[in-house]
Design a protein around this ligand. Sequence first.
Ligand code: NAD
Length: 418
Amino acid sequence: MEIYAHPTFQMACRQFDLVADHLQIPESHRDRLKYPKRSLIVSLPIHMDDGATRVFTGYRVQHHLTLGPTKGGLRYHPDVALGEVAALAMWMSWKCALTGLPYGGAKGGITCDPSKMSRTEIERLTRRFTQEMIPFIGPQVDVMAPDVGTNDQTMAWIMDTYSVHEGNSVPGVVTGKPIGLGGSLGRREATGRGVAYLIRRAAEALSLDPGKCTAVIQGFGNVGSVAAASLAQYGTRVIAISDVHGGLYNARGLDLPALEKYAAQNRGLAGFPGAEPVTNEQLLLLPCDVLVPAAMERQITAANAGKIQCRILAEAANGPTTPDADEILRQRPEIFVIPDVLCNAGGVVVSYFEWVQDLQSFFWSEDEITAKLFHILDNSWTQIFKLSRQHNISMRMAALSVGISRVLEAKNQRGLFP
Ligand code: NAD
């Protein structure tokens, strides 16, 4: 499908084809599983603060509707394109299925640079996007959540715009909202917390003591910052971390609370005292026990996969490792990969809890939520780890096999509408 042509979509398709070959899925079923069910592209004219009118482009891709509403994040970034969004939607499908959530995958985005826009411009853009999406979204249709460049405030504007249209409050149209609007305790922390929990499980499997491990993290946004703090709680020393402008390294360990405060005051990490600057490229090659890409896709490539120096590669971001890099990592059994669809699934699991709480108007404690989150991650981990060992396949192949098989089974059970 030419309309989705994009390196990230090609990558998701290549991963799918490898799994389809492994599972011996008949050719006749493959396209139906692979290509998005529906996609919407919208033009978004808004008034800028200087009085000019600018038109942005927004996307929403719903990958499959077989198991329930679709679910997935909304990204604001200059590189957002239809094919990238479609790939992210496909990965969401496998992720929801492998964790047993009653959703298909979706993803959305607007091609824009929120770091160069005012809060009021971002609010107008978000409301305009939501208005255009109204026929396409809803608690039983498609539920958005934060992703790169969006946050709980973005979700609040979407919920408000949708609710005004409906004439009553509809908290279940988004997850990752502020707590006061029906958000869930523990949602903001869920992805990073889940990443750290699974790193601990992997460390146990490799007989590593998390209290003696070092970690390097690319990305200091929602996922990277919480993963860092959660790893520190397990006693892991975070020795390097980065944002889009570059990274910081301190072999003795970074002072994370001071770094949080500094980054909030300075809108970034650059200039933080007590650490050496490193580039994002250098950061990925630092010797460490745990490497956590928590920023963008296609960071571990054929160019650097042979040179990374970690024991555990924990894919907190979506699609950080290209299939070419995967080939190289297969020749390096000393590196254990926790694949993205499992590693960052904590976010959508607690989004699911938020949606259930909103539908019931009955809210749970954070302890209850964290316990339920770890229970689901633990079950998924155990199943995938076992499958990987039993069949001598990579963790990615095992995780995607579970996700894809569940969607295929559901499609076969429902049948084709004649
Ligand atoms: P975010 O916008 O909060 O943070 C992104 C971070 O990455 C920022 O520190 C940014 O400066 C940095 N960054 C951006 N481009 C970069 C580049 N080219 N090189 C290095 N750093 C770069 O986003 P987030 O919500 O933390 O999401 C990060 C990743 O995790 C994405 O791949 C996203 O799809 C994935 N993810 C997020 C969630 C969630 O709940 N937010 C859930 C699952 C997966």
